[in-house]
Write a protein that binds this ligand. Sequence first.
Ligand code: LLP
Length: 444
Amino acid sequence: MYLHGTSTINERGHLQIGGCDTTDLAATFGTPLYVMDEELIRKRCREFIQAFRTSGLKFKIAYASKAFCVLAMCRLIDEEELDLDVASDGELYTALQAGFPAERIHLHGSNKTRVELEMALDAGIGCIVVDNLMELELLGSLATEKNKRVNILLRVAPGVEAHTHEYITTGNEDTKFGFDLASGAAFLAVKAVAQYPVFKLLGIHSHIGSQIFEVEGFKLAVDKLITFALQTRDETGIVFQVLNLGGGFGVRYVEGDTPLPITAYVEAITQDIFSVFTSNHYPVPEIQIEPGRSIVGDAGTTLYTVGSIKEIPGIRKYVSINGGLTDNPRPALYQAQYEAMLANRGTEMDEELVTVAGKCCESDTMIRDTRLPRANTGDLLAVSCTGAYTYSMASNYNRYRRPAVVFVKDGTAELVVRRETYLDLINCDVIPVRLRAESLPYRG
Ligand code: LLP
């Protein structure tokens, strides 16, 4: 298993993250356990900031909270002085409860509800990324009613397809997201915005996909946004102050994944901005991005306990763990690949090819065909690069309780999400009177 960030093998031969021995973490907090390397998260935030500073452009980096959104993470992002992108009322609520400054929150979504828009307006968030005409109309009337001015970006579909898994491609023309550039829908949307004095149109937004390893897609998207900005200025006189290129920067899950350094992505996005805009006598816009996975992905490691081991001679050996698709649905959803190691036996050679099986009652394979030392029941199995889209996509299927999350740093581990209790599992359930068991107190 590749050791990301502060991960090392310590003198006890154990995997250690953030100065904390993972066997101690397992003993203290139980398994499964999501372990987040705080230093690495902060390092990634700073790498993005530094790369933009080098570009000399005005910039804003908003962490895409959908990757991992809990109160402590919002606090950390605030401390690192990034903005925060939320995509739902729940993420917005979390950010506000964390005391994240509303003016640095951006709201996304292809089908925002009235509740979400009202919540955003009432909180006075910094920017709403408007996705379609229905939303524009609804937001316009709500803002008028509430007598609020609102900053907006228009999400455009630039018709760029990033080379990535088809389930996570969102920038081509066949997409539910945003106003199409090619058909002229985006241009009509810009004109429609002018009908509402409550709107301040900051600019445009595009997001071309996720887990992208090449810069070409971003450069193409930048070109399309620039062309659109210049055309819009020439035809309407409207000038965009902001170009937002979304997120999508790849991370290394397994050998063979070849993410570029953060600086390479930022350079590709920013390199032509100054010259193109100045040569067109256009005020150089602020460049915004929204990284999610590349901030938290490789900072996460999930610890599991090995349970049953089944060998089918000549066919396969299954090593079962006490978690699976409920804490990480990505292998099942996207055929995502991960690397693993026995965290309590970090100096031993990999001896055999096994399949790490999840616990759910269905096809639940965490890792097909990975090499490990000969595993025993009770071993601690670590899966790396699980910081993004795991806890945030976790479920209670089979009524498993969602695991705890700890932040580790400088030898200290702090709980940021406690493990769910059995009571949490039934807390929203109601038994109608006619179905209640005589022996139980009425829940309702
Ligand atoms: N901005 C927008 C508008 C987005 O839709 C997304 C992700 C991001 C930013 C952040 O993208 P990132 O930097 O994390 O790639 N559940 C999938 C990923 C879905 C991404 C959806 N949008 C997965 O587990 O791979």
